[in-house]
Design a protein around this ligand. Sequence first.
Ligand code: ASP
Ligand code: MG
Length: 414
Amino acid sequence: MKKKDIIVQKYGGTSVATTKRIKEVAERVIYTKKAGNDVVVVVSAPGDTTDELIALAKKITDNPIERELDMLLATGEQQSIALLAIAINALGYKAISFTGSQVGIITDKIHTKARIIKIDGKKIEKALKLGKIVIVAGFQGMNTKEDITTLGRGGSDLTAVALAAELKAKICELYKDVEGIYTTNPNIVPKARKLPKISYDEMLEMASLGAQVVNGRSIEFAKKYNVPIYVRSSFNEKTGTLITGEEKNMMEKLLISGVTLDKDEAKLTILGVPDTPGVAAKVFRSIADRHVNVDMIIQDVSEKGITNISCTVDKVDLKKTLIALGRIKSEIGATGIIADENIAKVSVIGVGMLSHPGVAASMFEILAEKKINIEMISTSEIKISCIIEKKDAEKAVQAIHRKFNLDKQKGSKL
Ligand code: ASP
Ligand code: MG
C-alpha cells in the first residue's frame, strides 16, 4: 500500500479556548483524515492559560525557579491535547494524545527557552500506522536529565515545524486567529493585502520586525529543513499564506512584500566622545555585558576629533543600558547621554530588492514628500529600516504601502 501523506496541523490558543472551539477543531482534523492523509496535530494551551499559569507562580514569588515553572507551564498544553483527543474519539475516530516528552522531543537544558536537539518520531509513526490521529502537546520537551522543558513563548509553532521535519510531512499548517500574512498591519492600512506566498527570508525579517504572526525560531527551523508552512485561519475556509523557499525564476516576483512597524525600541545618543580607536568597543561591550541586544548603530562624522554615537535597543532594556553607559561615561570622555523613546522603526521587506536598485531612494522620497524626518537608517540585503518620530509612524506606513502599490496584486514589479 502506498504510504499516505502526513499533514501536521497546529492550532493556537484561541482555536482551543473553549470546548465549542475544540469540537470545531476536532471536525477539521477529521476532515483532513477522511481526505486520505495521516494527521498529526499540535495544540497550544487553551486561551490565556499560559499567562494565567505564569501569574499564578508570580503570586508566590517574583522569581519562580525555572525547572518548576516549566513543569507548571507544560500542564496548559496537556489540557488541550487530552480534550481534543476526547472530542475526536467522541466523534467516532481514533485519536491518541502525547506530551512532548512522551514522543521524545529532546531539548537542551535551558529552562523556559529550550532548543530542540532531536526528536524520535517512532512512537508517532507507530500510532499513525494503526490508523490513529496523533495529538502532540506544543511548546514542550524534555532534557537529557528527563526534566520537562518549554521552548519559549509561542513555541508550539516550533513543535509543529520540528515534527513536520522529522516525519517528512507534506506540509505544516499553522491555524491562527488571523487569515495569513499581510502586506502590513490591516489596522493601520485597511487595504493591506493577504500575501498568497512569502519566502522564509522575508518572513524572518517580518517576524523580527513586529509582525508577530509566526514564531521566529520556527521559521528558521522550517528554512533549515525546507518545511513548507501554510498559515491560515481556524475560523473559516479562506486561503492563507504559504511560507516556502524562494523560486529561482518566479515571474511574478514583487519588489516589496511588506511594510512593518516597530514601536518597541528606544534610541540612545552618546554625545561628544573622542573619535579614537576603542571607544565604540567600550560602549558596546558595556551594553553587551548587560545582555542587551543592540539593533541599529550610527556614528556621526567627527568634527575636531569629537563625535556622537547613537544606537537603538528594546525599550524594556533602556534602563539597563542607561546604567551601563552611565558607568563608562567619564571613562570614555562623553559629554552627555540622551535617551529618546518617541521613535518608531518602519521597514520595507522584499527579496526583489536584491536585484533591483532604487528601493531605498523610493522609500526616502515618499517620507520626504510627507515631511517625515529620517533619524537613522539601516539595511540588509532584503530590508530597509528607518527610525522616525513616533507621531509619524502610521502616516509613514500608509504612505509607503501606497507608494509601492502593495494593495494591488501586481504590486511594484521589478
Ligand atoms: N502556550 C504557549 C504560549 O502561550 C505556547 C504557544 O502558544 O505556542 O506561549
Ligand atoms: Mg524589537
